[in-house]
Design a protein around this ligand. Structure first.
Ligand SMILES: [Zn+2]
Ligand SMILES: [Zn+2]
Length: 326
């Protein structure tokens, strides 16, 4: 089968590899859609650690074409979305209901082969049926929505509170929709791009611009840079919460005044991937409460994957998401 293999930092090759065979508790899926994400770029550039060589791609959906003998809930022909974070179930964290901190976490497209390929084997645990009304393209967003949903769970927004979201990319746009659903009264979207500001307004942002002179109860940082983390701390009201959600590269430092945290009694928290949110994310997508269709800017064939990486790096006007259809 054809697959895009990260062979070393900065080098991806599209080549023929052996089609995988499912273990007894796994299904083999034909991949129908796989989103290209900022994390893929970080892995490609070596800013986050992958197992190399590895087939990248962790936001994917497909159709079951083979099932292992111990698989109970899936059969050939099922349409599925994949939760790429597979926990072991027996380590200290798993036994403390924190599966995404699993000491033996096996992440598809990072630590084991993922979705930029024609086929992939998935453990039954990470396999979710797609509701009939959802397309493969839309369901490839389930992982992204499930991560945003965890940030919203962490933020614990109360009805009527105000939120600033820094960053108008995919996650910023999904977070805007979720904050609205969660009853935030004022949602301020901070992004440079006019197109992204407009989209955020469509999704419920009350104000969208590059900066604001307001401070809010909650600030969600969805860019992943030290500067925006610093800004998030500045823009949070006394007693407020800062959610660090953007994927800052490993090793980068931010500057802030501990006095601010003290005097403002800030709660600063991280939001790491998607514990127990995948199913709810699918439901929100299926009901249409979260709309991801306007976020798809480009659909590419697997052989043109590098074009997608180029778009991700150059970020042309209004570009949000490329989806690969192997
Ligand atoms: Zn991702
Ligand atoms: Zn574990």
């Amino acid at each position: 089968m054809k697959a895009a293999v990260l062979e070393k930092i900065g080098q991806i090759k599209i080549k023929d590899v052996t089609k995988p065979v499912p273990e007894s508790d796994e299904v083999l899926i034909k991949i129908k859609a796989c989103g290209l994400c900022g994390t893929d770029v970080k892995l490609y550039k070596g800013e986050y650690t992958a197992r190399i060589p590895v087939i990248l791609g962790h936001e994917f959906s497909g159709e079951v074409v083979e099932v292992g003998k111990d698989v109970k809930n899936f059969r050939v022909g099922d349409k599925i979305a994949v939760d790429p974070n597979e926990s072991c179930g027996v380590c200290e964290y798993c036994r403390d209901s924190r599966p995404t901190f699993c000491s033996n976490l096996s992440a598809y497209g990072v630590l084991r082969d993922g979705g930029f390929a024609e086929y992939c084997v998935i453990g039954e645990k990470g396999t979710y049926k797609i509701p009939d009304n959802l397309s493969f393209e839309e369901s490839s967003f389930t992982e992204a929505v499930s991560c945003a949903l965890h940030a919203i769970d962490r933020a614990d927004i109360r009805l009527g509170e105000s939120v600033i979201i820094i960053g108008g990319g995919i996650q910023g746009q999904i977070l805007t929709q979720l904050c609205k659903l969660q009853g935030a009264e004022q949602i301020i979207m901070l992004t440079r791009s006019k197109e992204k500001q407009e989209l955020a307004k469509r999704f419920g942002a009350t104000f969208a611009d590059i900066k604001t002179n307001k401070k809010t109860d909650i600030v969600i940082e969805a860019v992943g840079s030290p500067e925006t983390v610093e800004l998030a701390i500045q823009l949070t009201k006394r007693g407020g919460k800062v959610i660090i959600f953007g994927f800052t590269s490993e090793g980068k430092k931010a500057n802030f005044l501990p006095f601010d945290v003290l005097y403002k009694e800030l709660t600063i928290m991280g939001s790491w991937v998607n514990p127990y949110t995948f199913d709810r994310a699918l439901k929100l997508l299926s009901s249409g409460k979260v709309d991801v269709k306007p976020l798809i800017t480009k659909v590419l064939k697997l052989k043109n994957l590098m074009e997608g990486f180029e778009l991700m790096t150059k970020k042309p006007k209004g570009f949000l998401k490329a989806i690969i259809k192997p």
